[in-house]
Ligand binder design. Structure first.
Ligand SMILES: Nc1ncnc2c1ncn2[C@@H]1O[C@H](COP(=O)(O)OP(=O)(O)OP(=O)(O)O)[C@@H](O)[C@H]1O
Length: 665
């Protein structure tokens, strides 16, 4: 069975690039064998349970660390949290004698510390490494302050029971750790939220543009991490029978070593709970073996530090291997067409061909020069050659419908820069409107206002005649506006299907109860969407980072072309594409319009504009300076309008550039 057919038949897709570090399980097995042979009592049930007991704290903390690393974040303060929560919980357990209150206070303290980290990372907008390095010192210092540097003990038996209870000989903390680890791993792999963590780790900007509330997700992750540290601290304090500010020393080292050793990339966007489980087990076996060997504490520190460096080195090597294989796999950008993902012809096109040519009138005219096209004459030779080059067919029956979007008086400043001034224009259903203008003219700003990325300082947007006020891209997407941004907004570490559903993931209830991501529905949706656009590709789980630029572009566009979309915005979709790829992208844009959507397409390429546009809107220095049907403008005049060589009606020509197209011609 080929890889492609395996992918096609899969019901469940693993998010993120697979780990390329296969040596870890082997290392763990070698360590177990070595210690087992070297020490008589190593292979005993009681030592196994001791190892499990010792790693239960690391396993619980590893869940939070794994989530954070997958999303491209990190928390170095967990050791400090451990100590501070431990002494706070111990103080409450001692003073009140109430188990429930002590546990609640411990969990609450963890939540508050996690929230503090989350808000600091969110609002300070500096590296989480630095932020949590700072809070680590603060939390550790506070632990000494609260406990006055002493251990706190004298708990009720019921509190101590919490940490020492056994069920069928298995310690309660081990059972709690196992349940939390399985639940956390399941959530990461199978839920909508888990997929979004991988997306944020792969490309946070793309995740944001597809409607994921990245900041809020990150804050919640830190809160969860703090809560998990609350669980760790409460269980350990109860088991030890005391809370002490010394607890948690180098705990972050153990946890991060286990997680990175387990294949979670430090750069974010990759990892698997099974790998982390092996990483945690390796640290447990290593610690136990070093104790059996009778090594002093500092030797243990040195060994673990070296293992962390080894894991980071392996991470770097894996990253290089990944980058090398991406370079090897991605088809050459110039190679037309793109193998193996190939943009074919849509059903509509096939039908059109059967019915004879339906090329737009004038598209095949030839012979006239650019100069002869001056003055608003029908499209000249450059128009026809572009249409010929891209070979776009049109449905002659098709007419633009109702106004789907109306932007009125939109303005937006960035500090002193007036990016957009009083932008007014509209788009009808079934119409392709090309937005053109020089660099910095305000095109991207205009579409970011329409797609909810920015909010206008003034002006209004109407969708289907109703005023709308978007607070983020997700609002715009919900209202029926889909955007393909200039920087593509795809997550390179996610597969084609996961990229296509991101922000709108189908869900189902497992056993009628647990909400999970419905990957079977995602695959079906992806196949159907690609087929309707005439795009053929073999492996829907192939990481988008391994596709060529043209292929990535088609995935981003396919995501936008969902059923019921009212407005599709394409920001420079053909930049850096070859002729075949450009033709395919333009064909899809045309097809979206034929299906009834309004389409806004930004382009710097005049040939593209004349090949696909029904209407053209020119922006210059943040202002709309031209808005008319494509038949009423010539190639040369459009260039002049864009360059500011021709003054728009009612506006003064830029100084020294007052020549009109006519005079130049
Ligand atoms: N987030 C921002 N912060 C500050 N200035 C911005 C921001 N976004 C845009 N601008 C400024 O607003 C102006 C218009 O930028 P915009 O990106 O909309 O132009 P554009 O027509 O899309 O240009 P290009 O064709 O080069 O992409 C530019 O001067 C730009 O520097």
């Amino acid at each position: 069975m080929s890889i492609a057919s395996v992918a096609a038949n899969r019901r469940y897709l693993v998010p993120g690039e697979p780990s390329r570090r296969t040596g870890l399980a082997l290392l763990c097995a070698v360590l177990v064998a070595y210690f087992g042979i070297s020490f008589d009592n190593f292979f005993t049930v009681s030592n196994g349970l001791t190892i499990l007991m010792n790693v239960s704290a690391i396993a619980i903390a590893a869940i939070g660390a794994m989530f954070l690393l997958v999303s491209g974040n990190v928390d170095l303060s967990i050791g400090g949290q451990y100590a501070l929560i431990s002494v706070i919980t111990a103080q409450f357990a001692k003073d009140s004698g109430n188990v429930v209150l002590a546990v609640a206070v411990g969990l609450l303290a963890g939540t508050v510390l996690g929230l503090t980290n989350g808000l600091l990372v969110r609002y300070m907008k500096i590296s989480p490494l630095i932020v949590t390095l700072g809070t680590m010192a603060v939390f550790k210092g506070l632990a000494y302050l609260v406990s006055e540097g002493r251990s706190v003990f004298g708990f009720s038996d019921s509190f101590i029971f919490l940490g020492r209870a056994r069920i069928n000989e298995v310690p309660l903390p081990v059972i709690i750790a196992a349940v939390l680890f399985v639940a956390g791993g399941f959530w990461l792999l199978r839920s909508r939220g888990g997929l979004r963590l991988f997306a944020i780790g792969g490309n946070p900007q793309a995740a944001r543009l597809t409607g994921v509330n990245v900041d809020w997700v990150i804050v919640r992750l830190y809160v969860l991490n703090g809560l998990l540290m609350g669980v760790v601290a409460v269980l350990t304090t109860a088991r030890l029978g005391s809370g002490t500010p010394q607890i948690g020393t180098s705990f972050e080292l153990d946890v991060l070593t286990a997680v990175i050793l387990g294949g979670v990339g430090f750069a974010g966007g990759s990892g698997h709970p099974a790998g982390v489980f092996v990483g945690v087990a390796t640290i447990g076996v290593l610690s136990s073996g070093l104790i059996f060997a009778g090594l002093e504490d500092w030797w243990q520190q040195i060994s673990k530090g070296l293992v962390l460096l080894l894991a980071l080195g392996a991470d770097q090597i894996a990253e290089h291997r990944r980058a090398r294989s991406v370079r090897r796999e991605a088809p050459a950008e110039q190679g037309d067409p793109d193998p193996p993902l190939e943009l074919g012809r849509s059903a509509h096109e096939e039908r059109s061909d059967e019915g004879g040519s339906n090329r737009r009138p004038g598209a095949t005219a030839s012979g006239a020069s650019a100069a002869s096209a001056v003055g608003g004459a029908p499209p000249g030779p450059e128009v026809s050659s572009a249409a010929d080059e891209y070979g776009l067919d049109r449905n002659p029956e098709h007419r633009p419908g109702q106004v789907v979007l109306r932007a009125e008086g939109l303005s937006r400043r960035f500090g002193p820069v007036f990016a957009l001034r009083d932008g007014t224009f509209s788009v009808r259903s079934g119409e392709v409107v090309c937005l053109v203008g020089d660099n910095g003219a305000g095109k991207s700003t205009l579409i970011k206002l329409i797609s909810g990325v920015h909010r206008p300082d003034s002006g209004r947007i109407e969708l289907d005649g109703t005023p709308v006020d978007f607070h983020g891209p997700i609002d715009a997407r919900r209202a029926g506006i889909e955007t393909v941004h200039q920087d593509l907004a795809v997550c390179p570490n996610l597969g084609v299907a996961h990229n296509l559903i991101l922000g709108d993931e189908p869900r189902r209830r497992m056993f009628g109860l647990i909400p999970v991501r419905d990957d079977a529905a995602a695959l079906a949706r992806t196949r159907q969407r690609l087929a309707s656009l005439g795009i053929t590709l073999t492996d829907l789980n192939r990481s988008v980072g391994r596709l060529s630029g043209g292929q990535r572009q088609s995935v981003a566009i396919a995501r936008a072309m969902k059923d019921g979309v009212k407005l599709v915005i394409l920001d420079e979709p053909t930049a850096a594409l070859g002729v075949t790829q450009t033709r395919n992208v333009l064909r899809i844009a045309r097809q979206a319009a034929d299906n009834g959507a309004g389409v806004i397409l930004i382009s710097h390429d005049i040939r593209t504009v004349f090949a696909v546009a029904d209407r053209v809107v020119v922006l210059r220095l943040g202002q709309v300076v031209y808005d008319d049907t494509i038949e009423r403008v010539t190639h040369t005049r459009l260039l002049h309008l864009m360059a500011g060589l021709e003054a728009p009606e009612g506006l003064a020509a830029p100084e020294g550039l007052a020549a009109t197209e006519g005079t130049r011609a």
